[in-house]
Design a protein around this ligand. Structure first.
Ligand SMILES: Nc1ncnc2c1ncn2[C@@H]1O[C@H](COP(=O)(O)OP(=O)(O)OP(=O)(O)O)[C@@H](O)[C@H]1O
Ligand SMILES: [Mg+2]
Length: 254
């Protein structure tokens, strides 16, 4: 298996990835946002978008779901995605992003999409260059910017975007989702353990699912097991726990 394949397999083993909604209709909570995005899909038209809000509330997921619902399964053909691990300095904006933004519109598609995750980490120079592309190629390309801290996005970009503010997920929605995953994964749980997971994750669904998976790796999702793993809730550490558990080394996984 290539390194890339094994990374993919490992990502599938992470429940937060495995249970990432594919279509807008699967997104939990954020009802007003979902409704507005579905309207864009219906109209096959939308302005540039800025998704703001805390971690694990569905921003990246919603951007992919929107693209999926607009273009279908092969949506990646019409989407240029640059996330924080990619270089997004002014040079990349002027070359890679510009090339994509100005390229000819494929038949049967109303516009292409550029997705810039963690756009609040971009330099002011890069943002200025981006702003010009947003103006020049708006007829063929729409931008979706994602930011935990939208105040770090320069004002001229903010004013060109429809802003969507994602909020921490509500308790009943998180718990319902955790129960659904437990059902799919045939995992036993105590009700009060799920409540504790919600309290710790504070409406961050990724964190809640990661804690659920780590505690399930210990056997059953109990309050005691949740407390055992809360120090291990980062995805990297969750991966380590799963790898160790898969290797049959359950004692070490604890
Ligand atoms: N509203 C939601 N409905 C269903 N699942 C969600 C929702 N929000 C987050 N999740 C779950 O959490 C995971 C992470 O969500 P996502 O990547 O969309 O978060 P984000 O808002 O982009 O966070 P960050 O600011 O850290 O990038 C998803 O793979 C999914 O499993
Ligand atoms: Mg994200």
């Amino acid at each position: 298996m290539s390194a890339r394949d094994s990374r993919k397999v490992l990502a599938e083993l992470l429940w937060a990835e495995k249970y990432r909604p594919k279509s807008l209709s699967e997104i939990v909570n954020q009802e007003d946002i979902v409704k507005r995005l579905q309207q864009f899909v219906k109209e096959k038209n939308m302005p540039h978008l800025l998704f703001a809000g805390p971690p694990g509330t569905g921003k990246t997921t919603a951007a992919h779901c929107l693209a999926h619902d607009l273009y279908g399964e092969d949506y990646r053909m019409y989407l240029l995605e640059l996330n924080a691990s990619d270089e997004r300095g002014i040079d990349v904006i002027r070359t890679k992003v510009k090339e994509f933004a100005r390229s000819k519109l494929p038949a049967n598609v109303p516009f292409k999409l550029v997705l810039l995750d963690e756009a609040d980490n971009m330099t002011a120079d890069a943002q200025q260059a981006l702003r010009r592309l947003m103006e020049m190629y708006v007829d063929v390309t729409r931008f979706i910017l994602i930011a935990n801290y939208p105040s770090k996005i320069i004002e001229p970009i903010q004013s060109r975007c429809a802003v969507f503010r994602f909020t921490p997920l509500k308790k009943e929605d998180v718990i319902t989702r955790l129960k659904y995953i437990c059902g799919q994964e045939k995992v036993q749980y105590d009700e009060d353990a799920l409540e504790i997971i919600f309290e710790i994750s504070e409406g961050d669904m990724r964190k809640a699912i990661n804690i659920l998976q780590s505690s399930a790796a210990l056997g059953k999702v109990t309050v005691a097991n949740v407390y055992k793993v809360v120090g291990l809730a980062h995805p990297r550490e969750v991966r380590e726990v799963i790898k160790t558990a898969l290797a049959g080394n359950f004692i070490k996984a604890r």
